[in-house]
Design a protein around this ligand. Structure first.
Ligand SMILES: [Zn+2]
Length: 446
Protein backbone atom coordinates (compact mmCIF):
# COMPACT_ATOMS: atom_id res chain seq x y z
CA UNK A 1 0.00 0.00 0.00
CA UNK A 2 1.23 3.43 -0.96
CA UNK A 3 0.91 6.11 1.74
CA UNK A 4 1.86 9.78 1.53
CA UNK A 5 1.80 12.09 4.54
CA UNK A 6 1.90 15.74 3.60
CA UNK A 7 2.67 18.38 6.20
CA UNK A 8 0.71 21.50 5.23
CA UNK A 9 0.50 23.61 8.38
CA UNK A 10 1.53 23.37 12.02
CA UNK A 11 4.92 21.81 11.35
CA UNK A 12 6.80 25.09 11.82
CA UNK A 13 4.55 26.74 14.38
CA UNK A 14 1.99 26.06 17.09
CA UNK A 15 -1.04 26.95 14.99
CA UNK A 16 -2.72 26.53 11.55
CA UNK A 17 -2.68 22.73 11.75
CA UNK A 18 -3.31 20.87 8.51
CA UNK A 19 -2.10 17.46 7.31
CA UNK A 20 -3.10 15.43 4.24
CA UNK A 21 -2.81 11.67 4.17
CA UNK A 22 -2.93 9.87 0.84
CA UNK A 23 -3.74 6.18 0.83
CA UNK A 24 -3.21 4.93 -2.72
CA UNK A 25 -5.25 7.49 -4.72
CA UNK A 26 -7.53 8.72 -1.93
CA UNK A 27 -6.65 11.74 0.19
CA UNK A 28 -7.95 12.63 3.64
CA UNK A 29 -7.32 16.11 5.07
CA UNK A 30 -6.93 16.46 8.83
CA UNK A 31 -7.80 19.88 10.29
CA UNK A 32 -7.62 23.28 8.61
CA UNK A 33 -6.57 25.67 11.33
CA UNK A 34 -5.73 29.29 11.93
CA UNK A 35 -2.44 30.69 13.28
CA UNK A 36 -3.82 33.07 15.85
CA UNK A 37 -0.71 35.18 16.42
CA UNK A 38 -0.29 36.12 12.80
CA UNK A 39 -3.36 38.29 12.62
CA UNK A 40 -3.42 39.19 16.28
CA UNK A 41 -6.50 37.07 16.20
CA UNK A 42 -7.63 35.96 19.54
CA UNK A 43 -10.99 34.66 20.59
CA UNK A 44 -12.60 38.08 20.10
CA UNK A 45 -11.14 39.17 16.75
CA UNK A 46 -12.71 38.95 13.30
CA UNK A 47 -11.26 37.54 10.06
CA UNK A 48 -14.61 36.98 8.36
CA UNK A 49 -13.98 39.42 5.53
CA UNK A 50 -10.41 38.46 4.71
CA UNK A 51 -9.47 36.54 1.56
CA UNK A 52 -7.75 33.13 1.80
CA UNK A 53 -4.78 34.19 -0.31
CA UNK A 54 -4.16 37.22 1.91
CA UNK A 55 -4.40 35.01 4.97
CA UNK A 56 -1.99 32.48 3.38
CA UNK A 57 0.37 35.34 2.52
CA UNK A 58 0.65 36.43 6.13
CA UNK A 59 0.94 32.83 7.29
CA UNK A 60 -2.38 32.89 9.13
CA UNK A 61 -3.84 29.80 7.43
CA UNK A 62 -2.08 26.78 5.90
CA UNK A 63 -0.69 27.16 2.40
CA UNK A 64 -2.78 24.40 0.85
CA UNK A 65 -1.47 25.09 -2.66
CA UNK A 66 1.18 22.48 -1.79
CA UNK A 67 -1.62 19.93 -2.20
CA UNK A 68 -1.62 20.58 -5.96
CA UNK A 69 1.22 18.10 -6.46
CA UNK A 70 -0.43 15.35 -4.41
CA UNK A 71 -2.36 13.28 -6.92
CA UNK A 72 -5.59 11.74 -5.75
CA UNK A 73 -9.19 12.33 -4.86
CA UNK A 74 -9.95 14.18 -1.62
CA UNK A 75 -12.57 12.12 0.17
CA UNK A 76 -12.91 13.86 3.51
CA UNK A 77 -11.87 16.74 5.75
CA UNK A 78 -11.63 15.41 9.29
CA UNK A 79 -11.43 17.74 12.30
CA UNK A 80 -10.20 16.39 15.61
CA UNK A 81 -11.67 19.13 17.86
CA UNK A 82 -13.04 22.65 17.86
CA UNK A 83 -10.01 24.83 18.68
CA UNK A 84 -9.39 27.57 16.12
CA UNK A 85 -5.90 26.29 15.32
CA UNK A 86 -7.70 23.17 14.01
CA UNK A 87 -10.94 24.49 12.49
CA UNK A 88 -10.34 28.25 12.06
CA UNK A 89 -9.19 27.95 8.43
CA UNK A 90 -12.09 25.77 7.25
CA UNK A 91 -14.29 28.67 6.24
CA UNK A 92 -11.46 30.01 4.05
CA UNK A 93 -10.27 26.78 2.39
CA UNK A 94 -12.85 23.96 2.63
CA UNK A 95 -14.88 25.23 -0.34
CA UNK A 96 -11.91 24.41 -2.60
CA UNK A 97 -12.48 20.69 -1.99
CA UNK A 98 -15.47 18.61 -2.97
CA UNK A 99 -15.44 16.62 0.21
CA UNK A 100 -17.51 16.35 3.36
CA UNK A 101 -16.30 17.71 6.70
CA UNK A 102 -16.46 15.13 9.50
CA UNK A 103 -16.27 16.00 13.20
CA UNK A 104 -17.77 15.21 16.63
CA UNK A 105 -21.13 16.83 17.55
CA UNK A 106 -19.71 19.76 19.59
CA UNK A 107 -17.00 20.41 16.98
CA UNK A 108 -19.65 20.34 14.22
CA UNK A 109 -21.64 23.05 16.03
CA UNK A 110 -18.53 25.24 16.22
CA UNK A 111 -17.70 24.55 12.56
CA UNK A 112 -21.23 25.56 11.56
CA UNK A 113 -20.79 28.83 13.43
CA UNK A 114 -17.47 29.46 11.65
CA UNK A 115 -19.05 28.78 8.27
CA UNK A 116 -22.09 30.93 9.06
CA UNK A 117 -20.03 33.93 10.09
CA UNK A 118 -17.84 33.72 6.98
CA UNK A 119 -18.48 36.71 4.74
CA UNK A 120 -16.10 36.13 1.84
CA UNK A 121 -16.74 32.54 0.75
CA UNK A 122 -19.68 30.24 0.33
CA UNK A 123 -18.76 27.05 2.13
CA UNK A 124 -21.28 24.38 1.20
CA UNK A 125 -19.39 21.18 1.93
CA UNK A 126 -21.67 18.67 3.64
CA UNK A 127 -20.87 18.50 7.37
CA UNK A 128 -21.23 15.06 8.98
CA UNK A 129 -21.37 14.31 12.67
CA UNK A 130 -19.44 11.31 13.98
CA UNK A 131 -19.54 10.56 17.68
CA UNK A 132 -16.47 9.34 19.50
CA UNK A 133 -16.34 5.56 19.70
CA UNK A 134 -18.00 5.34 16.26
CA UNK A 135 -16.78 4.59 12.75
CA UNK A 136 -17.58 6.06 9.36
CA UNK A 137 -16.79 4.64 5.93
CA UNK A 138 -14.95 7.30 3.93
CA UNK A 139 -14.46 4.96 0.95
CA UNK A 140 -15.14 1.22 0.58
CA UNK A 141 -11.52 0.65 1.68
CA UNK A 142 -10.96 3.37 4.29
CA UNK A 143 -12.83 3.56 7.55
CA UNK A 144 -12.53 6.50 9.93
CA UNK A 145 -12.85 5.93 13.68
CA UNK A 146 -13.02 8.61 16.38
CA UNK A 147 -11.34 7.45 19.57
CA UNK A 148 -12.37 9.40 22.70
CA UNK A 149 -9.78 11.88 23.89
CA UNK A 150 -9.34 14.42 26.67
CA UNK A 151 -7.96 17.88 25.92
CA UNK A 152 -9.06 21.39 26.92
CA UNK A 153 -12.30 21.60 24.92
CA UNK A 154 -15.25 19.18 24.99
CA UNK A 155 -15.77 16.30 22.58
CA UNK A 156 -12.22 15.85 21.36
CA UNK A 157 -11.31 12.85 19.21
CA UNK A 158 -8.22 11.00 18.07
CA UNK A 159 -9.10 10.14 14.45
CA UNK A 160 -7.83 6.76 13.22
CA UNK A 161 -7.95 5.64 9.59
CA UNK A 162 -8.39 1.89 9.18
CA UNK A 163 -7.25 0.20 5.98
CA UNK A 164 -6.79 -3.44 5.01
CA UNK A 165 -3.07 -3.13 5.71
CA UNK A 166 -3.09 -1.23 8.97
CA UNK A 167 -4.16 2.04 10.46
CA UNK A 168 -2.97 5.63 10.71
CA UNK A 169 -3.49 7.67 13.87
CA UNK A 170 -3.76 11.46 14.10
CA UNK A 171 -3.29 12.44 17.74
CA UNK A 172 -3.67 16.23 17.69
CA UNK A 173 -4.52 17.27 20.44
CA UNK A 174 -4.81 15.12 23.54
CA UNK A 175 -3.84 14.57 27.13
CA UNK A 176 -3.93 11.48 29.30
CA UNK A 177 -6.22 12.37 32.20
CA UNK A 178 -7.38 9.66 34.57
CA UNK A 179 -9.77 11.92 36.41
CA UNK A 180 -11.32 14.38 33.96
CA UNK A 181 -13.78 17.06 35.09
CA UNK A 182 -15.92 16.75 31.97
CA UNK A 183 -16.34 13.81 29.61
CA UNK A 184 -14.55 10.50 29.64
CA UNK A 185 -10.85 9.83 29.71
CA UNK A 186 -8.76 9.24 26.59
CA UNK A 187 -9.64 5.74 25.46
CA UNK A 188 -6.19 4.19 25.69
CA UNK A 189 -7.77 0.71 25.91
CA UNK A 190 -9.14 1.18 22.41
CA UNK A 191 -5.80 2.48 21.12
CA UNK A 192 -4.07 -0.63 22.50
CA UNK A 193 -6.75 -2.82 20.98
CA UNK A 194 -6.18 -1.19 17.57
CA UNK A 195 -2.47 -1.90 17.92
CA UNK A 196 -3.20 -5.55 18.69
CA UNK A 197 -5.78 -6.06 15.97
CA UNK A 198 -3.98 -4.30 13.13
CA UNK A 199 -0.58 -2.68 13.01
CA UNK A 200 -0.43 1.10 13.24
CA UNK A 201 1.47 2.20 10.16
CA UNK A 202 1.99 5.78 11.23
CA UNK A 203 1.13 8.18 14.02
CA UNK A 204 1.11 11.96 13.75
CA UNK A 205 1.81 13.19 17.28
CA UNK A 206 1.05 16.36 19.28
CA UNK A 207 4.53 17.64 20.20
CA UNK A 208 3.43 20.95 21.78
CA UNK A 209 4.47 19.99 25.32
CA UNK A 210 7.10 17.37 24.57
CA UNK A 211 9.73 19.41 26.40
CA UNK A 212 7.73 19.39 29.64
CA UNK A 213 9.06 16.69 31.91
CA UNK A 214 6.82 14.16 33.59
CA UNK A 215 3.10 13.98 33.04
CA UNK A 216 0.51 16.68 32.51
CA UNK A 217 -1.60 16.86 35.69
CA UNK A 218 -5.27 15.99 35.48
CA UNK A 219 -7.90 18.70 34.98
CA UNK A 220 -9.17 17.73 38.43
CA UNK A 221 -5.92 19.24 39.79
CA UNK A 222 -6.76 22.51 38.04
CA UNK A 223 -10.19 22.30 39.64
CA UNK A 224 -8.56 22.02 43.09
CA UNK A 225 -6.28 24.96 42.29
CA UNK A 226 -9.24 27.08 41.20
CA UNK A 227 -11.28 26.15 44.28
CA UNK A 228 -8.39 26.78 46.62
CA UNK A 229 -7.66 30.22 45.17
CA UNK A 230 -11.31 31.25 45.01
CA UNK A 231 -12.23 30.08 48.49
CA UNK A 232 -9.46 32.17 49.99
CA UNK A 233 -10.70 35.28 48.21
CA UNK A 234 -11.63 38.28 50.32
CA UNK A 235 -15.42 38.20 50.73
CA UNK A 236 -15.73 41.97 50.48
CA UNK A 237 -13.74 42.44 47.30
CA UNK A 238 -14.29 41.91 43.61
CA UNK A 239 -13.16 38.61 42.09
CA UNK A 240 -12.42 38.32 38.37
CA UNK A 241 -11.43 35.03 36.73
CA UNK A 242 -10.12 34.90 33.21
CA UNK A 243 -9.69 31.69 31.26
CA UNK A 244 -10.02 30.17 27.78
CA UNK A 245 -13.67 30.50 26.81
CA UNK A 246 -13.48 27.15 24.99
CA UNK A 247 -12.25 25.45 28.18
CA UNK A 248 -15.73 24.39 29.24
CA UNK A 249 -14.47 21.98 31.93
CA UNK A 250 -12.54 24.82 33.61
CA UNK A 251 -15.53 27.15 33.44
CA UNK A 252 -17.66 24.42 35.01
CA UNK A 253 -15.25 24.29 37.98
CA UNK A 254 -15.24 28.10 38.31
CA UNK A 255 -19.03 28.38 38.13
CA UNK A 256 -19.46 25.62 40.71
CA UNK A 257 -17.00 27.36 43.03
CA UNK A 258 -19.01 30.58 42.65
CA UNK A 259 -22.13 28.76 43.80
CA UNK A 260 -20.27 27.50 46.84
CA UNK A 261 -19.04 31.04 47.58
CA UNK A 262 -22.52 32.50 47.31
CA UNK A 263 -21.55 34.72 44.44
CA UNK A 264 -23.49 34.99 41.19
CA UNK A 265 -21.31 33.79 38.27
CA UNK A 266 -21.47 35.98 35.20
CA UNK A 267 -19.72 35.17 31.95
CA UNK A 268 -18.72 38.08 29.79
CA UNK A 269 -17.62 38.12 26.14
CA UNK A 270 -18.74 37.02 22.69
CA UNK A 271 -16.60 33.89 22.77
CA UNK A 272 -17.95 32.88 26.21
CA UNK A 273 -21.39 32.83 24.66
CA UNK A 274 -20.14 30.88 21.66
CA UNK A 275 -18.44 28.05 23.57
CA UNK A 276 -20.19 27.88 26.93
CA UNK A 277 -23.61 28.73 25.49
CA UNK A 278 -23.25 26.01 22.87
CA UNK A 279 -22.07 23.46 25.44
CA UNK A 280 -25.06 24.26 27.60
CA UNK A 281 -27.51 23.99 24.70
CA UNK A 282 -26.08 20.60 23.83
CA UNK A 283 -26.33 19.36 27.41
CA UNK A 284 -22.56 19.06 27.79
CA UNK A 285 -22.69 21.15 30.96
CA UNK A 286 -25.42 22.03 33.39
CA UNK A 287 -25.13 25.60 34.53
CA UNK A 288 -26.81 26.76 37.76
CA UNK A 289 -29.93 28.89 37.19
CA UNK A 290 -28.34 32.11 38.38
CA UNK A 291 -25.52 32.06 35.78
CA UNK A 292 -25.65 34.89 33.28
CA UNK A 293 -23.90 34.85 29.90
CA UNK A 294 -23.44 38.28 28.33
CA UNK A 295 -22.06 38.00 24.82
CA UNK A 296 -23.09 41.27 23.19
CA UNK A 297 -21.38 44.61 23.87
CA UNK A 298 -24.69 45.99 25.10
CA UNK A 299 -25.33 43.04 27.43
CA UNK A 300 -21.84 43.47 28.80
CA UNK A 301 -22.36 47.19 29.49
CA UNK A 302 -25.64 46.58 31.24
CA UNK A 303 -24.48 43.77 33.51
CA UNK A 304 -21.32 45.64 34.50
CA UNK A 305 -23.41 48.66 35.48
CA UNK A 306 -25.57 46.33 37.55
CA UNK A 307 -22.52 44.81 39.23
CA UNK A 308 -21.35 48.32 40.04
CA UNK A 309 -24.68 49.16 41.60
CA UNK A 310 -25.20 45.94 43.58
CA UNK A 311 -21.59 45.56 44.68
CA UNK A 312 -18.83 43.47 43.13
CA UNK A 313 -18.67 41.26 46.23
CA UNK A 314 -21.93 39.59 45.14
CA UNK A 315 -20.55 38.36 41.83
CA UNK A 316 -17.85 36.18 40.33
CA UNK A 317 -16.92 37.75 37.03
CA UNK A 318 -15.63 35.27 34.43
CA UNK A 319 -14.27 36.99 31.38
CA UNK A 320 -11.95 36.91 28.38
CA UNK A 321 -8.59 38.64 28.30
CA UNK A 322 -6.07 36.27 29.92
CA UNK A 323 -3.52 36.97 27.18
CA UNK A 324 -4.07 40.73 27.37
CA UNK A 325 -5.78 40.69 23.96
CA UNK A 326 -6.79 44.15 22.74
CA UNK A 327 -10.58 44.53 22.90
CA UNK A 328 -11.09 41.73 25.44
CA UNK A 329 -13.24 42.42 28.48
CA UNK A 330 -10.49 42.30 31.12
CA UNK A 331 -8.23 44.54 29.02
CA UNK A 332 -11.03 47.03 28.60
CA UNK A 333 -11.78 47.05 32.32
CA UNK A 334 -8.07 47.65 32.97
CA UNK A 335 -8.12 50.45 30.37
CA UNK A 336 -11.11 52.04 32.05
CA UNK A 337 -13.35 51.83 28.99
CA UNK A 338 -16.12 49.72 30.57
CA UNK A 339 -18.49 50.76 33.35
CA UNK A 340 -16.73 48.78 36.07
CA UNK A 341 -13.49 49.69 37.77
CA UNK A 342 -10.81 47.74 39.56
CA UNK A 343 -10.57 48.78 43.22
CA UNK A 344 -7.77 48.29 45.72
CA UNK A 345 -7.65 44.64 46.78
CA UNK A 346 -9.80 43.22 43.96
CA UNK A 347 -8.54 39.81 42.92
CA UNK A 348 -7.81 38.82 39.34
CA UNK A 349 -7.21 35.12 38.76
CA UNK A 350 -5.54 33.99 35.55
CA UNK A 351 -6.72 30.41 35.02
CA UNK A 352 -4.54 30.13 31.94
CA UNK A 353 -0.88 30.04 30.98
CA UNK A 354 0.80 32.85 29.06
CA UNK A 355 1.20 31.76 25.45
CA UNK A 356 4.96 32.11 25.06
CA UNK A 357 5.44 34.47 22.16
CA UNK A 358 6.74 38.05 22.28
CA UNK A 359 3.45 39.65 21.27
CA UNK A 360 1.39 37.90 23.93
CA UNK A 361 4.06 38.47 26.55
CA UNK A 362 3.98 42.19 25.78
CA UNK A 363 0.17 42.30 25.90
CA UNK A 364 0.12 40.41 29.20
CA UNK A 365 2.82 42.65 30.69
CA UNK A 366 0.83 45.74 29.80
CA UNK A 367 -2.39 44.28 31.23
CA UNK A 368 -0.79 43.12 34.47
CA UNK A 369 0.93 46.46 35.01
CA UNK A 370 -2.31 48.36 34.53
CA UNK A 371 -4.22 46.04 36.88
CA UNK A 372 -1.53 46.31 39.56
CA UNK A 373 -1.41 50.10 39.25
CA UNK A 374 -5.11 50.10 40.10
CA UNK A 375 -4.48 47.99 43.21
CA UNK A 376 -5.49 44.53 41.93
CA UNK A 377 -4.00 41.40 43.43
CA UNK A 378 -2.98 39.00 40.66
CA UNK A 379 -3.05 35.21 40.90
CA UNK A 380 -1.28 33.75 37.89
CA UNK A 381 -1.02 30.28 36.34
CA UNK A 382 -3.94 28.75 38.22
CA UNK A 383 -3.91 26.27 35.40
CA UNK A 384 -2.87 22.89 34.04
CA UNK A 385 -2.30 22.19 30.36
CA UNK A 386 -4.54 20.30 27.95
CA UNK A 387 -1.59 18.75 26.10
CA UNK A 388 0.30 15.57 26.93
CA UNK A 389 3.82 15.98 28.37
CA UNK A 390 6.96 13.93 27.70
CA UNK A 391 6.19 10.91 29.86
CA UNK A 392 2.61 10.75 28.56
CA UNK A 393 4.08 10.46 25.08
CA UNK A 394 6.40 7.70 26.24
CA UNK A 395 3.30 5.79 27.36
CA UNK A 396 1.25 6.39 24.26
CA UNK A 397 4.11 5.32 21.97
CA UNK A 398 4.58 2.17 24.04
CA UNK A 399 0.86 1.42 23.91
CA UNK A 400 0.38 1.99 20.20
CA UNK A 401 3.81 1.02 18.77
CA UNK A 402 3.40 2.90 15.48
CA UNK A 403 5.78 1.84 12.72
CA UNK A 404 6.43 5.47 11.84
CA UNK A 405 6.22 8.53 14.09
CA UNK A 406 5.73 12.05 12.76
CA UNK A 407 5.77 14.88 15.33
CA UNK A 408 3.50 17.85 14.50
CA UNK A 409 2.01 20.90 16.26
CA UNK A 410 5.23 22.85 16.76
CA UNK A 411 8.52 23.93 15.23
CA UNK A 412 11.82 22.11 14.75
CA UNK A 413 12.76 22.34 18.42
CA UNK A 414 9.63 20.44 19.47
CA UNK A 415 9.92 17.95 16.61
CA UNK A 416 13.57 17.18 17.38
CA UNK A 417 12.84 16.78 21.07
CA UNK A 418 10.09 14.35 20.09
CA UNK A 419 12.49 12.48 17.81
CA UNK A 420 14.91 12.06 20.73
CA UNK A 421 12.18 10.58 22.89
CA UNK A 422 11.26 8.19 20.08
CA UNK A 423 14.93 7.21 19.74
CA UNK A 424 14.95 6.27 23.43
CA UNK A 425 12.14 3.89 22.59
CA UNK A 426 14.12 2.27 19.76
CA UNK A 427 13.15 4.40 16.77
CA UNK A 428 15.78 5.66 14.34
CA UNK A 429 15.75 9.23 13.11
CA UNK A 430 15.11 9.44 9.36
CA UNK A 431 14.11 5.78 9.23
CA UNK A 432 10.98 5.53 11.33
CA UNK A 433 10.78 8.85 13.14
CA UNK A 434 10.50 11.72 10.69
CA UNK A 435 10.65 15.49 10.92
CA UNK A 436 8.64 17.34 8.29
CA UNK A 437 8.46 21.06 7.44
CA UNK A 438 5.31 22.67 6.02
CA UNK A 439 4.94 21.58 2.41
CA UNK A 440 7.03 18.40 2.67
CA UNK A 441 5.70 14.92 2.07
CA UNK A 442 6.73 11.61 3.58
CA UNK A 443 6.25 8.56 1.36
CA UNK A 444 5.71 5.19 2.99
CA UNK A 445 5.20 1.76 1.51
CA UNK A 446 3.80 -1.11 3.46
ZN1 LIG B 1 -6.42 22.04 20.85
Amino acid sequence: MDVGIKAIGGYEEVGRNMTAIRIEDKIIIFDIGLYLDRVQVHEETRTEKMHSLDLIDIGAIPDDTVLNDMKGEIVGIVCSHGHLDHIGGLSKLAHRYEAPIVATPFTVKLIEKEIKSEEKFEVDNPVYTLETGRKYLLTPDIELEFVKAQHSIPDCAIPVLHTSEGSIMYTLDFKLDNNPVLGEKTDTDRLQEINQEENIIAAIMDSTRIKEEGRTPSESIAREMVWDTLHQANKEKGVFVTTFSSHVARIKSIVEAAKDMDRRPILIGRSMEKYVGTAEQMGIIDLPDNVGIFGTPRGREEILKKVNKNGKENYLIILTGHQGEPGSSLKRIADGTLPLEIDEGDQVIFSANVIPNPLTKANRYSLETKLEMQGARLFKDVHVSGHASRQDHYDILEMTEPEHVIPAHGGLDFASSYAELAENLGYTFGEDVHILRNGQELLLKS
